[in-house]
Design a protein around this ligand. Sequence first.
Ligand SMILES: [Zn+2]
Length: 104
Amino acid sequence: MSRSRYHKSATLAQYRDWRQIATVSCNLCRGKRHYLPADLIELLGDMETEHLERRMRCEACDRNDYLHVRFWSPIAGDDYPITIRRLERVETIRRPVWRDERRG
Ligand SMILES: [Zn+2]
C-alpha cells in the first residue's frame, strides 16, 4: 500500500498523533485556514478524513462544496509563520420547536 493511499484512509486521531496540521482551503473564496486535528476531533469526533470536507464549512462563504483539506507536518524548528485556528468553544444554539395543540 502506498503512503498516499494509507494517508487517504487515516483518521483525525492518527494525524493528531503524527503532529500534523490540517490546512483547509476553499476554492470558491480562496480562503485558507490551518487547524489542529485535536480541535477537529473535539468538534466532529474522530473520523476518517476522506469525507472531512463534507463535515466542515468555509468560515468566509459558508459553503463546503469547494473545500479541500490536506494534512502536512510542520518541520521542527521551522520558522515559517502560520496562524493556527484554535477551537475556542462550541456553542449550543437553543432553538424552539413548536407544536399545535387543539383544544375543545
Ligand atoms: Zn469559501
